[in-house]
Design a binder for this molecule. Sequence first.
Ligand code: PEP
Ligand code: MG
Length: 530
Amino acid sequence: MPSARSFKGTIASRGYAEGDLFSLSAEVRTYQASGDTGTETARLRLAREAAVTEIAALIAHTEAEAAEILEFQLAMLEDEALSEPALAAIARGQGAFSAWQVALEAEITTYLASDNEYFRARAADLRDIMQRVLRALTGAAEIAPPPGTILYGDDITPSQFLTRDWVQGGAVVLRQGSAASHVAMLARARGVPMLVGVAELDGATGDPALVDAEGGMLTLSPDGATLAQFRFAATQSRLRREEAAAIAHRAAATADGTPVKVLVNVATPDDVDAIDIAICDGVGLMRTEFLYAGGLPDEETQFAAYRRVVEWARGKPVVIRTVDAGGDKPVPGFTVEEANPFLGLRGIRLALAKPEIFRVQIRALLRASFLGNVSVMLPMVSLASEYRAALDLFREESERLTAAKVRHSIPVLGIMVEVPAAAISPELLSEAAFFSIGSNDLTQYVMAAGRDNGAVAGLNDVTHPSVIALICNVVRYGEMKKIPVSLCGDAGGDPAAIPALLNAGLRSVSVVPAQLPLAKLAISSVRLEG
Ligand code: PEP
Ligand code: MG
């Protein structure tokens, strides 16, 4: 047996897994080109159609979040522009298989070279599309990994992830990959441990492996002592999760009895289907970027999405954030190409720069506000003038709706505190009805460490005294002026960060649904200082 080796990686989805490695690139194909341009063109078109049919069938049999990812792939595959380079190569005499493979590999390389994390993360979708069409060309079947194995390779496609039965355990370990990829999102939603950026990973199918996706470590061929230590840590983690699940229905409070509100973050309206409204205090952040994934959404589409969440909340508060496009969330037809998008036209800056697009969302929000306990918050606010300009737009659109006799109400309007200027001088933004601290962005801006850059992940620490000092500052000002303060960044659901956040004075956090039980458990063991 080979000797034990350990490799560091970036955590894309937390958890522990023990099993044998299984290579993701174990596929063998042969393709006999006909040598005739017309035949090769027809073969490629047929294979593309077969792939479209396959994806459509998968969409019909999968749950909402996975279906959205597959719909994204369907849209890419149906876009004629994607096939053009391959068809041109066939016209020059190449066979359909190599024409498609070379054209798609070139496209994947362009995506991987992008400065933008979002585009890099979509490379896996393109690879998925490439492989599906190649399989259709050769009639090859996918090789199913045995249950419980640890899938490893350079990257994994959404289809490879989705066709696997994860009920019997397993994990994903990638040399490349991204924590922002579609597969990483699916892995988090399903609780499948996943490490990315394990650059040095060697090993082969069948090697025994331990995936510690709590500590960011992969061990191959472990010795007895390492295995025993790993199993102990994995058992502790499982017990913690069981303990957390048992208290998830209780209202959260610290060990000394101080109540803490725990709300949930929703990224799409489908998220709420899996959450019992009874176990949370409402929605502290409804992101609205998903609405813009396929282009600019109309008012009715937006209204329907907001209404679904507001009705599900049954009177509990729902905080909807106006669109935060830009930064790592590009939207075709809305965002602009920038050298440094995190410091550019994103969030409220972009919305105010393109008011004709923003007004559509505002009308949908005004109508949704009539239906329940809705607040609206503005992302990336730095100046009071941005807040005022947005409020003016809400008032103007309200007048238009009144004139058109459309039922609506003006929501309570607050801001995200995620730009250091806002956190340093909250008194300059005292007109806002509430503050919601966006710790993901606040941390990256305070520490000058990109949230999507694994190389500086160590600096991206919400518990750094400088970040905590700013959170204290906002909380203190909010208490003094009776402005409610909450936190909706990922740190709110991180058991390691929760003691520092509560000791900074926060009494309300909004967390990703999967973290809610663990967040409540972590809160229950905090003894507040002084
Ligand atoms: C944040 O920045 O903490 C936040 C909640 O917003 P997002 O992660 O969507 O930028
Ligand atoms: Mg943010």
